[in-house]
Design a protein. Structure first.
Lengths: 182, 219
């Protein structure tokens, strides 16, 4: 490999383009699509999702009913907004951070159910099973853990150049201070 | 010497945290708006109120108690002088002063039917609704049962309308399964009388084990 070609291949911009197309773009599309689907199943049946939140037992029905109802509508829309933002690559780091926060909360709820020994359906994707079947269990916790890691990766790396964020972000020169000192 | 490389503008932590909060706020606003226009009255009301009572507290004269127990409505029907179910069933018929349950096993709620009481309802011609997953329903089900998870109720109003007034028994996988209760609440929301809707506390597997009639294969 010629020095010139090697310099081109190893340049930060090329690496970032490769990462964007090979890693970040598929990740955004998969995660975004998955949560758009999850949101759709919940938005189409808010009563069911409110039941599900109540069944998890995280909130006291007597004193926190208003919280349960509010979350029954807000969580699905948060999933929808995050999903669309990830697919398009708009505010992707913020969206991925919000998604990671949601997944963390969901995982806490699932672990709470496992610890309490309750038998209840996940309700994560309405009446559909994604990867895990049956009642809430370790499979659901593991699945959420993987999704949490992936969303954290997106929050860290951003949407990449193959996104609206990438298109709108004007390239700026990065000064190599070490080179200056040398 | 200055080396210049090009990449996206750096995005500070403050920026994307602020954006995450903004997205969450947007979701909350849309959610509130959605809750104001949704045609379904979301409710956590427990249709079991008044709550569990002890079985020995059955008072035949208390059917029209101040609590308006759902079973009181059902007692006037076609089910005979013993009330809506036979004496061996575990249906609570008391609505007077709520006694303290003597043991957890004694706690039943007015809409709950045990296995034998459910079978008695089946013999009386009650409509059975299966609230389990569709694959489980297609594999086998109570003979004559309809597939009716809670997510399907609001989409089946036209189908359900002729059944209003019939006695309905809902079952799922038993135990702490909430599917039957969720379906029950929605059925009441769309017009079924509280006294007509029951939940079988036993599981479908219990039904099969008891040798009660089942259907197998696609309906």
């Amino acid at each position: 490999m010629s020095a010139r070609l090697q310099k081109y291949v190893m340049s930060p911009s090329t690496t970032r383009i490769t990462e964007s197309i090979v890693v970040l773009l598929p990740l955004r599309l998969v995660l975004g699509g998955l949560f758009i689907f999850a949101a759709y199943t919940k938005i189409s049946d808010p009563q069911e999702f409110v039941f599900n939140i109540n069944a998890y037992g995280v909130f006291d029905r007597e004193t926190q009913e208003h919280v349960i109802k509010l979350l029954g509508f807000a969580i699905p829309w948060a999933e929808m907004i995050v999903g669309v933002a990830l697919v398009l690559g708009v505010w992707a780091r913020g969206a991925a951070a919000l998604l990671a926060l949601q997944l963390f909360a969901f995982t806490i709820g699932i672990l709470n159910v496992i610890a309490s020994g309750k038998e209840l359906s996940c309700g994560c994707f309405g009446g559909f099973n994604v990867i895990c079947t049956g009642d809430v269990g370790w499979c659901h916790a593991g699945r959420n853990g993987v999704l949490l890691v992936l969303s954290a990766l997106l929050a860290w790396r951003g949407a990449g150049v193959a996104s609206i964020d990438g298109l709108l972000t004007r390239p700026r020169p990065i000064v190599d201070e070490d080179a200056d000192e040398a | 010497m200055t080396r210049r490389s090009y990449g996206p503008a750096p995005e500070g932590v403050t920026t994307w945290v602020t954006r995450a909060l903004a997205l969450a706020a947007l979701a909350g606003i849309i959610g509130v708006g959605h809750s104001m226009v949704v045609p379904v009255a979301v409710s956590l009301e427990d249709v079991l109120d008044p709550p569990a009572v002890a079985l020995p507290a059955v008072d035949p004269n208390g059917l029209e108690g101040p609590g308006g127990d759902p079973i009181a409505d059902g007692a006037d029907g076609e089910t005979g002088p013993d009330g809506p179910v036979g004496p061996e069933s575990k249906v609570n018929e008391g609505t007077g002063p709520v006694p303290q349950p003597s043991s957890p096993q004694a706690q039943v709620r007015s809409f709950e039917l045990d296995l034998d009481a459910s079978f008695e309802k089946w013999n009386e011609g009650a409509v059975f609704f299966d609230a389990r997953r569709d694959a489980e329903f297609e594999q086998s089900r109570v003979a004559g049962a309809f597939y009716m998870p809670s997510s399907r109720v609001f989409d089946s109003v036209d189908t359900l309308d002729p059944l209003i007034g019939e006695q309905v028994v809902i079952y799922c996988v038993g135990g702490d399964c909430d599917a039957s209760k969720n379906t029950m609440i929605k059925l009441i929301t769309v017009g079924f009388d509280r006294g007509d809707v029951f939940v079988m506390t036993a599981s479908f597997d219990d039904w099969v084990a008891a040798g009660y009639p089942v259907e197998e294969g696609a309906p």
